[in-house]
Write a protein that binds this ligand. Structure first.
Ligand SMILES: NC(=O)c1ccc[n+]([C@@H]2O[C@H](COP(=O)([O-])OP(=O)(O)OC[C@H]3O[C@@H](n4cnc5c(N)ncnc54)[C@H](OP(=O)(O)O)[C@@H]3O)[C@@H](O)[C@H]2O)c1
Length: 285
């Protein structure tokens, strides 16, 4: 029996048919060969929830590194504004532009249709899922429709987008996914049972998917931010804010660009998959 037949029988995929990002290498002044992370130039990054907050910071950062970004959200005016005024051009010489689509991630058919449109532009190299909502309420008084909305957007929305994009990434035999969860997805919080459940689901889903698609050169990681200054946290009372800051080692809330930096690291990491990266200033310590 040949080596390749033995390997196939054992379910191993040989490097010859495994495709992944070609590492960029350079040599420094001392002559050392430096291997760089997965490249961003000439790539496409899809960002559901890229119109505000953390997702917008991710879109700006990835665009500034040369990736063409495609943002999804429910508000077409907001999408237009971000495309016109917020995103840096890819590179002056690049004859391509960023794009955006109105898309409710809770609507599976809409997600499937939009992802088909996105891949007509170019294959998706990076998927960073940031679409989410937080509706605070004690379990005994939470409205059933708020439970459904939260689960449909935060968990099911993440699943629908991943499902549609992974189908395309499997064809490419490469791709890098960062699903945004929350520190509440592992620790939970009073008044956030449903949100915490939705975010815990994102963690378990992403780890299982990482196992499923790793052999095809696709990585799936989870980013768990702590409290971050965005529209989502505008409703916190001064008392809640003070409590959060008192429990955070770095003594403040996070900024969206600080979360985006971590998303970039996870997206580009070449030998990391199925991991949760907590970026919370020491809240969960
Ligand atoms: N801010 C925090 O403290 C914090 C902490 C931990 C985790 N997170 C997570 O980080 C992610 C981003 O949060 P953020 O703070 O940046 O919130 P944000 O400022 O409220 O932005 C949420 C984004 O999600 C989009 N979105 C919401 N529902 C959507 C839907 N059904 N379909 C498509 N897009 C949708 C919004 O656009 P439209 O409303 O126009 O659709 C917006 O672009 C969320 O998953 C959140 O749970 C945030």
């Amino acid at each position: 029996m040949s080596a390749s037949m033995t390997a196939r029988a054992a379910g191993i995929i040989l490097p010859a048919i495994r495709r992944s990002y070609a590492a960029t290498t350079t040599t420094n002044e001392a002559g050392d060969r430096l291997v760089h992370a997965k490249p961003l130039a000439n790539t496409l990054t899809l960002i559901p929830g890229g119109t505000r907050g953390i997702g917008l910071a991710v879109a700006k950062l990835f665009a500034s590194k040369g990736s063409r970004v495609v943002i999804l959200g429910r508000d077409p005016d907001r999408i237009q504004h971000v495309l016109n005024s917020e995103l840096p051009p890819i590179t002056p010489e690049a004859n391509v532009d960023h794009a955006g689509f109105k898309c409710d991630v809770a609507n599976r058919e809409e997600v499937e249709d939009i992802v088909k449109e996105v891949v007509k532009i170019a294959p998706v190299d990076y998927l960073i899922t940031s679409a989410g909502v937080a509706i605070g309420s004690l379990l005994v008084s939470v409205k059933p429709e708020d439970v459904e909305t939260t689960m449909n957007i935060n968990l099911m929305g993440t699943i629908w987008v991943n499902k549609a994009v992974v189908k395309e990434m499997l064809r490419q035999r490469k791709g890098s996914i960062v699903n945004i969860s929350s520190v509440l997805g592992s620790g939970g919080s009073l008044g956030q049972t449903i949100y915490s459940a939705s975010k815990g689901g994102v963690i378990a889903f992403s780890k299982a998917l990482a196992k499923e698609v790793g052999s095809r050169g696709i990585s799936v990681n989870i980013l768990s931010p702590g409290y971050t200054e965005t529209d989502m946290t505008q409703g916190l009372t001064e008392e809640m804010r003070a409590d959060i800051i008192a429990r955070t080692s770095l003594g403040r809330m996070g900024q969206p660009d600080e979360i985006a930096e971590a998303a970039l690291f996870l997206a580009q990491a070449r030998f990391v998959t199925g991991q949760v990266l907590t970026v919370d200033g020491g809240l969960a310590l």
